[in-house]
Design a protein around this ligand. Sequence first.
Ligand code: DQA
Length: 142
Amino acid sequence: KTIYVLNGPNLNLLGKRQPEIYGHETLEDVERLCAAACPDSHTIRLLQSNHEGQIIDWIHEAREAACGIVINPAAYTHTSVAILDALNTFEGPVIEVHISQVHKREAFRHHSYVSKRADGVIAGLGIEGYVAGVRRVVQLTA
Ligand code: DQA
């Protein structure tokens, strides 16, 4: 079984971008930790795009290819009805992850379209949040 770990805009710069908020670890570190958290029954496919349509295409692909989705939609969290609609076509578990504690930050980060669909929401645990998300998907799809 495959778990899609989807990442939205600017997360390619994770580790370099505002490290005081997002930390020094990179998306490769996220991939390594997620893979290490996976039992033999599951594998990780970690993807990142700065383009909304690409993320939607991956969610459509996940309908056939994935048992669950862990998604950090980054800024699209707060703007994208299209990503919400795409996630609503997916039948498996969806866990929303934010590296930072978005509720402690600017008011525009407090609302999430994706939370209308997510089965779990994790914020403020740093990149450990992805690991918690993967573990939850494994548990729900065992
Ligand atoms: C983020 C929080 C979002 O508000 C922000 O736009 C991001 C990253 C996080 O992981 O903390 O790009 O999703």
